[in-house]
Ligand binder design. Structure first.
Ligand code: HEM
Length: 430
């Protein structure tokens, strides 16, 4: 057992500062440096009272082990790092719970498997196959619209933003006219720390301001989905909105707060993540025209593109766990109750698992990345994400002969879900 590895000062700040996440190479440098010296490190931010200390876990093997051991490492009560102390106090006062939203990511066994089971089948490939036709039509229309806007386009605005948003909204029964509002709300929930995505234009927000933004978004979501649920109880369809609206747990309908939480987690988890992976892949391919041409010529590389896009971008940048018992990880003594950050960006760029991890390689094999997590909480929507991305890339490869960068791309300032918020590209139609 070695002495506790501590991170403080600038390195600790970079792990929790949303602005550090806007600069990708710098962020990867930070995690490389930390992983090499202190793969399991105690982060002691110099912001007393704002964040509690936590263990940062950066090695692939350690993140995998923690993710899979759901009895020893719990999601409840604080599954993400921006659930800082003020947010918890605010939430307790407003809802009686530690979290503003109670959902799958906050539940542990025995509740979690009961809630997860409700929609698990719906999200399996056999059921999703029925969406393929609609996805193809939507992907084709989206790419055609981008080409009509071209040759210079913001790929995020034209394609990687709207396409996954429509997919998720469709399965939740949200009509196109309400999509923009849903997008804004998601960005406030996930990107509450980014001045553009929060809708405030403010670069340095106090924790209270971020909490107010998030709480406002949650309330609006709750009211909106109460209406959808009521409609789907009266007129059920085969969408996931109907499954949630009519679900029972232990013979009882879901309490309104849990039902809202279910809608919110599906609504929010499904699009900015997929958008970030799609945009990241296009950025990588725009910088590497030979690889783009290779994939166009050999469509057997398509699944590889999708998988590498998800690893390379790792848009869910971390989740937190709480130790249920004393244990040891990477030579560090973890005490019961300690808080741990499993960092997917760092794990998916661990050179011990991924040779030359910063290279985007559609032919990378094996590519057993952790961007969807692992264990009981592994992404519920992973088959949908893969399917919609594959169909979109098919549409792009069919219609776009070549793609190149056309200006500076920008990443979100967000510690939780992150990725490109703009990607200027020049596209040459096929
Ligand atoms: C959970 C990533 C797309 C719904 C998660 C987790 C990650 C993740 C890392 C937590 C895993 C863990 O704790 O082990 C991603 C990425 C996506 C994506 C990278 C796209 C590239 C989607 C889509 C949906 C979705 C399309 C649904 C429409 C969910 C839900 C959970 C989840 C409901 C919570 C599962 C649970 O706690 O049991 N996702 N996700 N995700 N994801 Fe995704």
């Amino acid at each position: 057992m070695t002495a506790p590895a501590m991170l403080s000062g600038d390195l600790a700040r970079r792990v929790i500062d949303p602005h550090a996440y806007a600069e990708w190479d710098g962020l990867l440098d930070t995690f490389d440096q930390i992983r090499a010296a202190t793969p399991v490190a105690r982060v002691q931010p110099d912001t007393p009272g704002l964040f509690d200390p936590f263990w940062l876990v950066t090695r692939y093997d350690d993140v995998m082990r923690i993710s899979k051991d759901n009895a020893a490492f719990l999601n409840n009560p604080r599954p993400v790092v921006f659930s800082f102390n003020q947010a918890i106090e605010f939430s307790r006062a407003a809802t009686g719970s530690n979290m503003l939203v109670d959902s799958l990511v906050v539940f542990d066994a025995p509740i979690h498997p009961k809630y997860r089971k409700l929609t698990q089948e719906w999200f399996m490939p056999r059921n999703l196959a029925k969406l393929e036709g609609e996805l193809r039509t939507l992907a084709a229309a989206t790419v055609d619209r981008m080409i009509a806007q071209g040759p210079e386009v913001d790929f995020v605005k034209e394609v990687s933003g709207p396409y996954p948003l429509r997919v998720v909204m469709q399965i939740l029964g949200v009509p196109p006219e309400d999509e923009f509002r849903m997008q804004m709300l998601t960005q406030q929930l996930f990107g509450g720390q980014d001045k553009d995505l929060s809708g405030t234009g403010m670069d340095q927000m106090t924790p209270e301001q971020v909490v107010q933004i998030v709480a406002g978004a949650v309330k609006t979501f709750e009211d909106y989905f109460a209406g959808i649920a009521e409609d789907r109880r009266k007129h059920p369809t085969d969408d996931v909105a109907s499954v949630i609206a009519n679900a029972t747990v232990d013979g009882e309908p879901l309490p309104p707060r849990d039902m809202a939480g279910y809608y919110i987690i599906v609504a929010t988890a499904g699009h900015d993540t997929t958008s970030a992976s799609t945009a990241g892949a296009m950025q990588a391919l725009a910088r590497d025209p030979e690889q783009y041409a290779r994939v166009r010529a050999d469509r057997s590389l398509l699944p590889g593109i999708v998988e590498e896009a998800i690893r390379w971008t790792s848009p869910v940048q971390h989740f937190m766990r709480t130790a249920a018992e004393d244990c040891e990880i990477g030579g560090q003594k973890i005490a019961k109750g300690d808080w741990l950050m499993i960092n997917y960006v760092a794990a998916n760029h661990d050179p011990a698992q991924f040779p030359d991890p910063r290279r985007f390689d559609a032919a990378r094999s094996p590519n057993r990345h952790l961007a969807f997590g692992a264990g009981a909480h592994q992404c519920l929507g992973l088959h949908l994400a893969r399917l919609e991305m594959k169909i979109l890339f098919e549409a792009i490869l069919d219609r776009v002969a070549a793609v190149e960068p056309a200006g500076e791309a920008a990443r979100a300032s967000s510690t939780f879900v992150g990725g490109l918020k703009t990607l200027p590209l020049k596209v040459t139609p096929a």
